[in-house]
Write a protein that binds this ligand. Sequence first.
Ligand code: DAT
Ligand code: MG
Length: 143
Amino acid sequence: MQRTLVFAKPDAVRRGLVGEIVSRLERKGLKIVALKMLQMDRAMAERHYDIHRDKPFFSSLVDFITSGPIVAAVVEGREAVDTVRGLMGATDPLKSSPGTIRGDFGTEVQENLVHGSDSEESARQEIAHFFPELADQGPGGPP
Ligand code: DAT
Ligand code: MG
Protein backbone atom coordinates (compact mmCIF):
# COMPACT_ATOMS: atom_id res chain seq x y z
CA MET A 1 0.00 0.00 0.00
CA GLN A 2 1.10 3.53 -0.74
CA ARG A 3 0.07 6.91 0.65
CA THR A 4 -0.24 10.25 -1.11
CA LEU A 5 -1.23 13.82 -0.23
CA VAL A 6 -4.27 15.29 -1.93
CA PHE A 7 -5.95 18.63 -1.44
CA ALA A 8 -9.00 20.38 -2.79
CA LYS A 9 -7.77 23.88 -3.72
CA PRO A 10 -9.53 27.13 -2.70
CA ASP A 11 -11.53 27.19 -5.96
CA ALA A 12 -12.92 23.73 -5.25
CA VAL A 13 -13.88 24.74 -1.70
CA ARG A 14 -15.53 27.98 -2.96
CA ARG A 15 -17.47 26.04 -5.59
CA GLY A 16 -18.68 23.34 -3.19
CA LEU A 17 -16.79 20.53 -4.92
CA VAL A 18 -15.04 19.07 -1.86
CA GLY A 19 -17.59 16.27 -1.46
CA GLU A 20 -17.39 15.43 -5.16
CA ILE A 21 -13.59 15.19 -5.03
CA VAL A 22 -13.48 13.13 -1.82
CA SER A 23 -16.25 10.93 -3.17
CA ARG A 24 -14.33 10.18 -6.37
CA LEU A 25 -11.30 9.10 -4.33
CA GLU A 26 -13.46 6.87 -2.15
CA ARG A 27 -15.46 5.39 -5.01
CA LYS A 28 -12.19 4.41 -6.71
CA GLY A 29 -11.39 2.36 -3.60
CA LEU A 30 -8.81 4.62 -2.02
CA LYS A 31 -8.92 4.97 1.74
CA ILE A 32 -9.07 8.40 3.42
CA VAL A 33 -6.52 8.09 6.23
CA ALA A 34 -6.63 11.74 7.39
CA LEU A 35 -8.67 14.78 6.39
CA LYS A 36 -8.67 18.44 7.44
CA MET A 37 -9.51 21.97 6.34
CA LEU A 38 -6.76 24.54 6.68
CA GLN A 39 -5.63 27.79 5.11
CA MET A 40 -2.04 27.87 3.91
CA ASP A 41 -0.02 30.95 4.78
CA ARG A 42 2.55 32.28 2.31
CA ALA A 43 5.46 30.47 3.96
CA MET A 44 3.68 27.13 3.76
CA ALA A 45 2.61 27.75 0.15
CA GLU A 46 6.10 28.83 -0.92
CA ARG A 47 7.58 25.70 0.64
CA HIS A 48 4.94 23.47 -0.95
CA TYR A 49 5.55 24.97 -4.41
CA ASP A 50 9.29 25.55 -3.95
CA ILE A 51 10.09 23.62 -7.15
CA HIS A 52 8.17 26.31 -9.09
CA ARG A 53 9.89 29.28 -7.38
CA ASP A 54 11.53 30.52 -10.60
CA LYS A 55 8.45 30.13 -12.80
CA PRO A 56 6.64 33.26 -13.99
CA PHE A 57 3.38 32.08 -12.38
CA PHE A 58 4.88 31.48 -8.91
CA SER A 59 3.62 34.58 -7.08
CA SER A 60 0.20 34.30 -8.68
CA LEU A 61 0.07 30.63 -7.68
CA VAL A 62 0.94 31.49 -4.07
CA ASP A 63 -1.70 34.26 -4.04
CA PHE A 64 -4.31 31.82 -5.28
CA ILE A 65 -3.46 28.88 -3.05
CA THR A 66 -3.52 31.12 0.06
CA SER A 67 -6.77 32.86 -1.01
CA GLY A 68 -9.04 30.62 1.06
CA PRO A 69 -9.21 27.34 2.90
CA ILE A 70 -8.24 24.04 1.34
CA VAL A 71 -9.26 20.53 2.34
CA ALA A 72 -6.25 18.22 2.58
CA ALA A 73 -6.27 14.45 2.81
CA VAL A 74 -3.86 11.58 3.16
CA VAL A 75 -5.08 8.85 0.85
CA GLU A 76 -3.96 5.24 0.86
CA GLY A 77 -4.21 2.47 -1.69
CA ARG A 78 -2.39 0.41 -4.29
CA GLU A 79 -0.18 2.76 -6.35
CA ALA A 80 -1.98 5.65 -4.64
CA VAL A 81 0.29 8.36 -6.12
CA ASP A 82 -0.38 7.42 -9.75
CA THR A 83 -3.99 6.43 -9.06
CA VAL A 84 -4.76 9.90 -7.69
CA ARG A 85 -2.88 11.62 -10.53
CA GLY A 86 -5.04 9.64 -12.95
CA LEU A 87 -8.26 10.68 -11.20
CA MET A 88 -7.08 14.34 -11.23
CA GLY A 89 -6.25 14.60 -14.93
CA ALA A 90 -3.61 16.74 -16.65
CA THR A 91 -2.46 20.03 -15.11
CA ASP A 92 -4.34 22.09 -17.72
CA PRO A 93 -8.03 21.21 -17.36
CA LEU A 94 -8.57 21.84 -21.08
CA LYS A 95 -6.10 19.02 -21.76
CA SER A 96 -7.58 16.71 -19.11
CA SER A 97 -9.81 13.91 -20.28
CA PRO A 98 -13.50 14.04 -19.46
CA GLY A 99 -14.03 11.74 -16.50
CA THR A 100 -11.16 13.27 -14.56
CA ILE A 101 -11.71 15.88 -11.84
CA ARG A 102 -9.96 18.64 -13.77
CA GLY A 103 -11.45 17.49 -17.08
CA ASP A 104 -14.98 17.54 -15.69
CA PHE A 105 -14.91 20.72 -13.59
CA GLY A 106 -12.14 23.09 -14.71
CA THR A 107 -11.08 25.46 -17.47
CA GLU A 108 -8.18 27.38 -15.86
CA VAL A 109 -4.60 26.10 -15.43
CA GLN A 110 -4.16 27.87 -12.10
CA GLU A 111 -7.61 27.19 -10.69
CA ASN A 112 -7.41 23.49 -11.40
CA LEU A 113 -9.25 22.29 -8.33
CA VAL A 114 -6.97 19.66 -6.89
CA HIS A 115 -3.40 18.84 -5.91
CA GLY A 116 -1.86 15.37 -5.72
CA SER A 117 1.74 14.43 -4.95
CA ASP A 118 3.71 13.57 -8.09
CA SER A 119 5.99 10.83 -6.68
CA GLU A 120 6.38 8.60 -3.65
CA GLU A 121 9.17 10.89 -2.39
CA SER A 122 7.09 14.08 -2.71
CA ALA A 123 4.17 12.26 -1.10
CA ARG A 124 6.33 11.48 1.92
CA GLN A 125 7.51 15.10 2.19
CA GLU A 126 4.06 16.59 1.60
CA ILE A 127 2.35 14.30 4.12
CA ALA A 128 4.94 15.38 6.71
CA HIS A 129 4.35 19.02 5.79
CA PHE A 130 0.54 18.96 5.91
CA PHE A 131 0.06 16.24 8.54
CA PRO A 132 3.10 16.38 10.84
CA GLU A 133 1.04 14.36 13.32
CA LEU A 134 1.23 11.37 10.89
CA ALA A 135 4.86 11.77 9.89
CA ASP A 136 6.21 8.97 12.04
CA GLN A 137 3.57 6.50 10.84
CA GLY A 138 4.35 4.11 8.04
CA PRO A 139 1.72 2.93 5.56
CA GLY A 140 -1.08 1.22 7.45
CA GLY A 141 -1.06 3.62 10.37
CA PRO A 142 0.34 3.51 13.87
CA PRO A 143 2.29 0.41 14.92
P1 DAT B 1 0.33 19.61 -11.10
O1 DAT B 1 -0.53 20.37 -10.13
O2 DAT B 1 -0.48 18.92 -12.16
O3 DAT B 1 1.32 18.70 -10.42
P2 DAT B 1 2.59 21.39 -11.61
O4 DAT B 1 3.25 20.76 -10.43
O5 DAT B 1 3.35 21.45 -12.89
O6 DAT B 1 1.17 20.69 -11.91
O7 DAT B 1 2.17 22.88 -11.23
C1 DAT B 1 1.68 23.19 -9.95
C2 DAT B 1 0.53 24.14 -10.10
O8 DAT B 1 0.99 25.36 -10.66
C3 DAT B 1 -0.57 23.67 -11.05
O9 DAT B 1 -1.49 22.82 -10.42
C4 DAT B 1 -1.18 24.95 -11.49
C5 DAT B 1 0.00 25.91 -11.52
N1 DAT B 1 0.56 26.02 -12.88
C6 DAT B 1 1.31 25.10 -13.52
N2 DAT B 1 1.64 25.53 -14.74
C7 DAT B 1 1.09 26.77 -14.87
C8 DAT B 1 1.08 27.75 -15.89
N3 DAT B 1 1.69 27.55 -17.06
N4 DAT B 1 0.39 28.89 -15.66
C9 DAT B 1 -0.24 29.12 -14.49
N5 DAT B 1 -0.25 28.23 -13.48
C10 DAT B 1 0.40 27.08 -13.66
MG1 MG C 1 2.96 19.10 -9.25
